[in-house]
Design a protein around this ligand. Structure first.
Ligand SMILES: [Zn+2]
Length: 187
């Protein structure tokens, strides 16, 4: 027995009327079904990427600081520079990009390194202390009653700067007093 009940639908893709074989049909043809599917996927993707942007924006800076790896977007947010600048820095070899699967990430340590002071070895610090504010070795030995060897060890261990004037070596009084004076509690 053939049913003369016809299901008439409007294709959601092309908008024409069609006779559906199933009540669930939404498109007139395989072609429209495929195109409708693709459109749906595209919409999902756009929504997903919008959500991702929102998620990144909502992520507090503090969270970013605690991460081992940051995406390019997160890095740009954290240090307030553009993605374009980050890519340029990468091209110049100033910033390493790491591929984690399909993602490009930047190690947190490398980001921190961008802000480090140049190493102090390149410009040694010169301490200028007036000789009147210094002891000679002999003065320290006499004042504190320690041996010459103990004094040399003390100077080396505490990296006390020595100055020379003629044959005499001078050391800053305040450093020596700090270390040897019994009135000051040693740290
Ligand atoms: Zn159609």
């Amino acid at each position: 027995m053939s049913s003369n009940l016809r299901i008439i639908r409007i294709c959601e893709q092309c908008g024409i009327e069609f006779e559906a074989r199933k009540t669930t049909s939404k498109t007139c043809s395989d072609d429209c079904a495929k195109r409708a599917y693709k459109a749906r996927k595209r919409a999902e993707k756009v929504e997903g990427s919008n959500k991702q942007v929102e998620r990144i924006k909502a992520k507090p800076i503090e969270d970013l600081k605690a991460q081992v790896y940051l995406t390019v977007d997160e890095t740009a947010r954290l240090i307030r520079i553009s993605r374009r600048t980050l890519y340029r820095m990468n091209e110049r070899g100033e910033l390493r990009f790491v591929k984690l699967g399909r993602r490009t990430v930047i190690p947190r340590l490398d980001i921190d390194r961008l802000f480090e002071q140049p190493k102090s070895v390149s410009r040694p610090m010169t301490v200028v202390i007036q000789l009147s504010d210094c002891y000679t070795m002999k003065e320290v030995i006499q004042k504190y009653g320690i041996s010459e060897k103990a004094l040399h060890n003390l100077i080396r261990r505490n990296e006390i700067p020595k100055q020379y004037n003629g044959i005499y070596a001078y050391v800053p009084k305040f450093r020596i007093d700090q270390l040897l004076s019994p009135t000051v509690t040693p740290s």
